[in-house]
Write a protein that binds this ligand. Sequence first.
Ligand code: CO
Length: 132
Amino acid sequence: MNISHIEHIGIAVKSIENSLPYYENVLGLKCYNIEEVTDQKVKTAFFKVGQTKIELLEPTAEDSTIAKFIEKKGEGVHHIAFAVSDVVESLADVESKGVQLIDKAPRGGAEGLQIAFLHPKSTGSVLTELCQ
Ligand code: CO
């Protein structure tokens, strides 16, 4: 496993539109991309903070995992994503160390990234994403 940096921090929000003023007007960040990821039933908005991004996640359906997260825990930090050089290799590596995987193989995420999630049961309850 070779992590180069934190690629992004995912934050669950009920509404990107209602959340934008805080990020743009208070923190002074600029939203440079809003994108829907259909198979994850979310709309995403991105801000750059150095080489790390903030990814706002708004559910687009009631059965979206983000909708369920907000229902249970409210809005807030949802996951942390590490940039790795090779997701397939990293998954095999962590699995060999006993980590439970949500994704056995990478899938397509926002911004054309290959992503895979590790199960919070194995990561101290921090939903962890690897992306490349
Ligand atoms: Co993410």
